[in-house]
Design a protein around this ligand. Structure first.
Ligand code: BES
Ligand code: ZN
Ligand code: ZN
Length: 501
């Protein structure tokens, strides 16, 4: 996964690149830097620059240089109307260009940054979006294939405008490379089948990452979870032969004024348990650890990037939901650490049980200023928002706004959903303090209302990523399968929350 991105500036005519990538907008003339190249190329650029046919979003056109030296190829990537162009459009364009070019054996590409910068956006923002788009588009999960994908993009460089302060971009570039590595790590683990990504494997990964990124780590085994009183988590795990692991990562700078805790659902496989799922597409449930791996990958980025003033705890309860002989049965009653009793009416609503114990543990052990959970929690959230938007729930504006702003920055889409107080009556049980399902209608809201019972007065936000953790289509910078949703969003959420609180 080695990938580099260098920063260049200076005269285009003297540059030597295998391919320079430039945007092409509807009804817009050749940009200034390309006019210089056009002169050197004796008009070949302007001749090829047909904005009416090439400006369609995602279109890529490559031409060789007529000179046989300097820049060898010029690639245009269609952008549509410049008035519609935002940061994510730049990211998508970079993804389209990188995807197209790597399939044609370019392993090294260079973006001409200046004409990509959308109105009202900074050079830095656009520059980083280009690198993200290119890198994220150049992923293929071929670990289990005999024939590996030979088309590997190893670098995406930036050609910056003359006079740009290259040094100023270096921290942003480091951050972008670290965060995209975490995104790809998230994809890898959510794509890996459950026989190669067990709770034990995930615990080992957490330990390796703790060493790599300088984090504290603790893994509770089933006995320790029992002692702690995690009856809901253990109830889910008991139908499987794979031992459950309760993983905790700790990013603790020398000085900090705030603590935030992230809980990530990590079902390394969710068969539904005794309330077993239909066979169709059940394999996707190998990725039901999308929230947990996103938390682990975010912790990795935090350890490497070392933001100041904030301690971050990553709590990842990891287990399988299986219908083994010892499995929990519909109607069984389990207890979380606080003692709240839960009637399990549907064993497939297991995520909320696992996350409930995670939330209680995080609050008790660390008394965080805020707690968030990230989970592939409900199919109902996909019905509500479609596959490409995550839902979030919070009663706290100081968490909602950082989440909305982070989403704007990273292009990982979110939408705020309501915590409807009076729906709580549908979570009442005849035999226990609560039950784990509400109604089918508004199903995603019941997941959130259930979790709310375990956070007391700690400011809390719940993020349901059941839709966007997976993609059934190839998108410009997202291949089919696990998308790696989460780490970029969570990192920006934390730093924004810190700055705004
Ligand atoms: N892991 C699933 C939710 C899910 C579905 C995630 C599809 C990603 C894609 C979760 O554990 C689940 O099965 N939820 C049930 C809840 C229901 C029984 C109340 C669901 O959504 O059907
Ligand atoms: Zn389930
Ligand atoms: Zn699940």
């Amino acid at each position: 996964m080695t990938f580099t991105a260098k920063l260049h500036s200076g005269n285009l005519v003297q540059a030597t690149y295998p391919v320079l990538v430039a945007p092409i907008f509807e009804e817009e003339p050749l940009s200034q830097p390309l006019r210089e190249l056009d002169k050197a190329w004796r008009g070949a650029v302007s001749k090829a620059y047909k904005s009416e046919v090439l400006s369609k979003e995602g279109e890529v056109y490559v031409m060789p240089s007529p000179l046989g030296k300097g820049i060898e190829h010029l690639a245009f990537v269609g952008m549509g109307k410049s008035s519609d162009c935002d940061t994510d459009a730049v990211r998508r364009a970079a993804g389209s260009a990188a995807g197209f070019l790597r399939k044609r054996n370019f392993s090294h590409i260079v973006f001409l940054v200046e004409p990509f910068v959308p109105r009202h956006e900074s050079l830095e923002t656009a520059a980083m979006a280009l690198i993200e788009g290119a890198r994220l588009a150049s992923y293929s999960f071929d670990r289990f294939k005999s024939e590996k994908d030979p088309h590997v993009l190893t670098s995406a460089d930036l050609h910056l405008p003359k006079g740009a302060n290259v040094k100023e971009l270096v921290p942003a570039l480091d951050r972008t490379l670290t965060l995209t590595t975490s995104t790809l790590l998230t994809r890898d683990w959510a794509n890996t089948p459950s026989n190669n990504a067990t709770p034990t494997d995930l615990a080992q990964l957490a330990k390796d990452i703790a060493r790599e990124a300088g984090l504290g780590v603790r893994v509770l085994d089933e006995k320790e979870c029992e002692k702690t009183g995690m009856g809901a988590f253990l109830g889910v795990a008991r139908g499987s032969r794979q031992p459950a692991k309760f993983i905790v990562l700790d990013y603790k700078p020398r000085k900090y004024s705030k603590t935030i805790c992230m809980v990530g659902k990590a079902l390394t496989f969710d068969s539904g348990g005794i309330s077993i799922k239909p066979a169709l597409d059940m394999h996707v449930m190998k990725g039901d650890m999308g929230g947990g791996i996103a938390v682990i990958a975010t912790m990795r980025a935090l350890g490497i990037l070392q933001p100041e003033r904030v301690r971050v705890i990553g709590v990842v309860p990891a287990c399988e939901n299986m219908p083994g002989g010892n499995a929990m049965k519909p109607g069984d009653i389990v207890h979380t650490q606080s003692g709240l009793s839960i009637e399990v009416q549907n064993t497939d609503a297991e995520g909320r049980l696992v996350v409930a114990d995670g939330l209680e543990y995080g609050r008790r052990e660390y008394q965080p200023d805020a707690i968030i959970d990230v989970a592939t929690l409900t199919g109902a959230c996909i019905i509500a928002l479609g596959e490409r938007v995550a839902g979030f729930w919070t009663d706290y504006e100081e968490l909602a706004f950082p989440m909305l702003r982070a989403s704007q920055v990273t292009g990982e889409r979110v939408w705020r959903m309501p915590l409807v107080k009076d729906y709580d009556e549908f979570l009442k049980s005849d035999v226990a303090d609560t039950k784990n399902i509400g109604k089918k209608e508004g199903g995603a809201i019941f997941g959130a209302l259930f979790l709310k019972k375990f956070v007391g007065d700690t400011p809390w936000l719940h993020l349901d990523i059941a839709g966007p953790f997976w993609s059934n289509e190839t998108q410009p910078y997202i291949p089919r399968g696990a998308t790696g949703y989460g780490p970029r969003l969570l990192y920006h959420f934390i730093t924004d929350w810190l700055e705004s609180s």
